[in-house]
Design a protein around this ligand. Structure first.
Ligand code: GLU
Length: 296
């Protein structure tokens, strides 16, 4: 049984980039006769925007998405994350880290996602340092997987990323831990999401291995860039998607995903467009690029 999901962070309203991820994950799940679940990634409470989670659900509804089961909220699941963290702690995979951001930034080694943690606290907290965050030990071996769109991807976590944080100094569980625990707990078999998360996937596979969870299938769709070449996001002032223009927005998302919706469907009710999309959806037409510029 195929089970996919869409996992928005309620840091603001949905923009075109998030709509594209929703459309791709939804149509693929439906075509595979599977289920499509929704999860609010509202763990990073300080970044949440009040009312955004409800606004996201309302606009998904207005756009005609139909999801299976109740919406899961990460903020309700701290007990589960804590249990999983304890499992890793007991098996000696974690260590407390007392380094400040500034101390780590002073390290000279850069990986593919910022500075590689220099390992200062790896063998125990140095005298005078108190635990701030919890890190997982990475290993010097290759973790590879076949992405259904981007092809074969591999990383050596020790060399490319470094020991990464699973519980942050501010007390919140890190995205990498929560996403792995939730995908497993919700029985997700396939993840379709933006290629901005491609570099996170080997970390997620590593955590699945450490926690004895099943490895899932991944497909990373190209990130939507605006005319200036920046990723659509709250920071780049991406416009919220407009439920009054639902059909046009879905039509454009399908075009971005390499599908060829017939022009006459851009005008009518979104139900007709969805009907076409369910029948004609072709995963192989999604451009196998990391990012694509989109003229709005
Ligand atoms: N919550 C993440 C986001 O909004 C997506 C996480 C995921 O799909 O794994 O970008």
């Amino acid at each position: 049984m195929y089970r996919g999901r869409f996992a928005p962070s309620p840091t603001g309203p949905l923009h075109f980039g998030s709509l594209v991820a929703a459309v791709a994950s939804y149509l693929e799940a439906k075509q595979q006769q599977g289920e499509w679940l929704l999860r609010m990634e509202d763990l990073d409470t300080p970044r949440n925007m009040p009312g955004a989670a409800d606004a996201i659900l309302r606009s998904l509804e207005a756009f005609g998405f139909e999801w299976d089961g109740p919406v899961v909220y990460q903020s309700d699941r701290n007990d589960l994350y804590s249990e999983m963290l304890s499992n890793l702690q007991e098996s000696g995979r974690l260590y407390p880290c007392g380094c400040t951001r500034k101390e780590i930034a002073d390290s000279a080694i850069h990986g593919i996602e910022g500075v590689i943690y220099p390992g200062t606290c790896r063998n125990g907290l140095p005298p005078g340092k108190a635990a701030r965050a919890w890190r997982v030990r990475t290993e010097d071996r290759t973790i590879g997987f076949d992405d259904a769109i981007q092809g074969h991807i591999s990383q050596n976590l020790a060399r490319d990323i470094g020991d990464f944080v699973l519980k942050r100094a501010d007390g919140f569980y890190a995205y990498q831990l929560a996403v792995v625990v939730d995908d497993a707990h919700q029985g997700i078999t396939h993840v379709v999401r933006g290629a901005d998360l491609l570099d996170s996937t080997p970390r997620q596979i590593y955590l699945q291995q450490l926690l004895g969870l099943p490895q899932i299938g991944y497909a990373h769709i190209p990130v939507v860039l605006n005319e200036q070449g920046d990723k659509l996001s709250k920071q780049t002032q991406a416009q919220p998607i407009n439920p009054r223009k639902a059909t046009t927005e879905i039509f454009r998302a399908l075009q971005f995903l390499g599908q060829n919706p017939p022009a006459e469907l851009e005008m009518g009710a979104h139900e007709n467009l969805w009907q076409w999309a369910h029948a004609e959806w072709s995963f192989n037409r999604i451009p196998n690029q990391l990012a694509v510029r989109y003229q709005s």
